[in-house]
Design a protein around this ligand. Structure first.
Ligand SMILES: Cc1cc2nc3c(=O)[nH]c(=O)nc-3n(C[C@H](O)[C@H](O)[C@H](O)COP(=O)(O)OP(=O)(O)OC[C@H]3O[C@@H](n4cnc5c(N)ncnc54)[C@H](O)[C@@H]3O)c2cc1C
Length: 533
């Protein structure tokens, strides 16, 4: 097959326009074109008055070699690369112990699935509940003010942190081996729409993700894997710098020489345990800030002008960065078009924000994190000091919100003028259980407040209305990425403990669903090769 890039067509082009564009580009007759599939469809909205679609297509031709030769020097025509997944190993006949995966977020789920596909019959241990029970706990806490459960919430449980999310499936990681394609393929096999293969910025949406996670679980079980919920790993047994097993909160001991550590960025107790056991851990940069909410219509109009509401464009997103006078950078994080701000704490007496959307992205507000990058220099002293900072900010947010899990909130106009908010404006905050109006400048360090105050008006120049008085800020956003890195060597094992394979966001090697899935696959391959050695 040949791949053709940069085919530009109007937003409302007729159905046969793509075929005609292929024929024109390759200067061939309709008889010579056997078939074509869209590999990617994106849009270029840099000029609001002329938004158009950009296609990459794979074409099958009668006389492929000859036509390919003709376009050898054209950078927009090339042989279609092999993006299929090829297994690196098979489980040996004489396997003495099974690999154990700790955590069933995207990294643990894909590590487990891959190990199962290679015949290694992994045991997956997840501290939270199966996804349906977890959904009930989390939504009851959000919507019905049920008691918060520190083991079953937005962070912990089958599917991991991103289960109740927008389900954005894009990442900027380099992926020369096309592992991302394998992740998408497994999602589609488990029920996601095939459009995630070709839409430029695909997303799945919360309720669809729940079903997909269940189907991936069924596949792992059918391949001989074992999955145990409400099984928190409390200790790891290490002898002579090699893992030998682990102990669950129930006291049960499981012997194994291969542990995939896929615990996510919120497993603070587990990080402490690993540190106490001597596993090499470093502090790493992360970001802190607020969620901001605007009417989705305002974002659509700012980005798409007269094309706002176009079905192919969907609800508009944005990506913003501002470099501040005090040397800090502020950026938009995890933007959720047509979504909700959600309570994302995993600890009692703390408040953390994040965002999610359904597949339809048709809620009234757009939201995103507006966060300031911080580095270990801001909380120097200890590899786990970033966690202490997160905890302090989250406890402060809990207090500012009235100690009821309501989130502290403020109107943008009041925040910029440094006065507490007392009344809501035109933007109704979506955070559940509730918000409590206050002055958010008390919730973050002064440098962060100064940076966000400078950034919001700067963002207004790119998205007209971004600094509108009635836009809502809700705090605090602290779980943007892991505050630590559990460093690993070229074989994906901990720098100083053999048999321990840190992966995903918690280990500091991923930042999102897709990159965590990709990292899980890489680590599964490393485990398989190590068990075959
Ligand atoms: C509300 C929200 C919305 C998000 N939206 C998006 C989005 O739209 N797109 C995107 O790409 N990313 C999104 N993210 C981020 C994304 O979810 C994470 O990057 C991703 O889930 C990281 O995957 P992971 O497998 O490394 O860790 P996690 O998903 O955090 O999974 C870790 C798992 O390990 C379990 N665990 C922890 N400790 C133990 C232990 N001691 N014993 C047993 N089990 C343990 C946890 O319960 C958890 O299930 C969102 C996150 C949140 C919270």
């Amino acid at each position: 097959m040949l791949r053709i890039t940069e085919i530009k067509l109007p937003l409302d082009h007729p159905e046969d326009a793509l075929t005609n564009a292929i024929l024109k580009k390759l200067q061939i007759s309709p008889e010579e074109l056997v078939s074509h599939v869209i590999f990617k469809r994106s849009y270029d909205a840099r000029k609001k008055t002329n938004i158009y679609l950009v296609y990459i297509v794979d074409v099958e031709l009668v006389n492929e070699q000859k036509i390919g030769d003709r376009f050898q020097k054209d950078p927009h025509v090339m042989p279609t690369p092999d993006m299929g997944y090829h297994m690196v190993a098979k489980a040996p006949q004489n396997m003495t112990s099974r690999p154990v995966v700790i955590g069933m977020g995207p990294s643990g789920m894909f590590a487990g699935l891959m190990l199962a596909q290679m015949g290694f019959c992994p045991i997956i241990l997840e501290r939270g509940k199966a996804v349906r029970d977890r959904t009930a706990d989390t939504f009851n806490f959000w919507k019905k003010r049920a008691e918060f459960n520190p083991e079953s919430n937005a962070q912990f449980g089958e599917g991991g942190a991103g289960t109740f999310s927008d389900g954005k499936l894009y990442s900027q990681v380099k992926d020369p081996q096309h592992y991302g394609r394998k992740v998408l393929t497994e999602f589609v096999n488990a029920g996601a729409s095939p459009e995630i293969f070709y839409i430029n910025k695909p997303h799945i949406g919360t309720f669809k993700l729940v079903g997909i996670v269940q189907n991936i679980r069924a596949k792992i079980l059918a391949l001989g894997g074992e999955i145990r919920f409400q099984s928190r790993v409390e200790d790891i047994d290490i002898a002579d710098a090699q893992v030998r097993g682990l102990t669950l909160a129930s006291g049960e001991y499981i012997a194994t020489d291969h542990i995939v550590l896929a615990v996510g960025h919120s497993a603070r107790d587990t990080f402490q345990m690993l540190y106490d056991r001597g596993v090499y851990i470093e502090a790493k940069p992360f970001s802190i800030g607020f969620r901001i909410e605007h009417p989705q219509l305002l974002i659509d109009q700012a980005r798409f002008g007269e094309y706002a509401g176009n079905k192919l464009l969907g609800a508009a997103d944005y990506k913003l960065v501002h470099h501040c006078q005090n040397g800090r950078s502020v950026y938009s994080f995890c933007m959720c078009p047509g979504g909700l701000v959600v309570a994302a704490t995993s600890e009692v007496g703390r408040v953390v924000t994040n965002g999610m959307s359904q597949y339809s992205r048709n809620e009234r507000n757009a939201n995103s994190g507006i966060v300031v990058g911080i580095t270990p220099d801001d909380y120097a002293g200890h590899p786990l000091a970033g966690i202490d900072l997160q905890r302090r900010l989250e406890s402060r947010a809990f207090e500012l919100g009235g100690s009821t899990y309501a989130a502290p909130a403020q109107l943008v106009g009041d925040f910029l003028a440094d006065r507490p908010s007392s009344n809501l404006g035109k933007v109704t905050p979506s955070y559940a259980p509730n918000v409590h109006l206050c002055n958010l400048s008390e919730s973050l360090p002064d440098y962060a407040i100064a940076a966000i105050r400078e950034a919001i008006p700067a963002f207004n120049k790119q998205i007209h209305g971004f600094a509108m008085d009635d836009a809502m800020l809700t705090g605090v956003e602290t779980r943007t990425s892991s505050p630590i890195r559990i460093k690993r060597d070229q074989n994906y094992q901990s720098l100083n403990i053999k048999g321990l394979f840190p992966t995903g966001e918690g280990a500091g090697y991923a930042g999102g669903i897709l990159s965590a899935g990709i990292d899980g696959i890489k680590v599964a391959e490393a485990v398989a090769l190590s068990m075959n050695a």
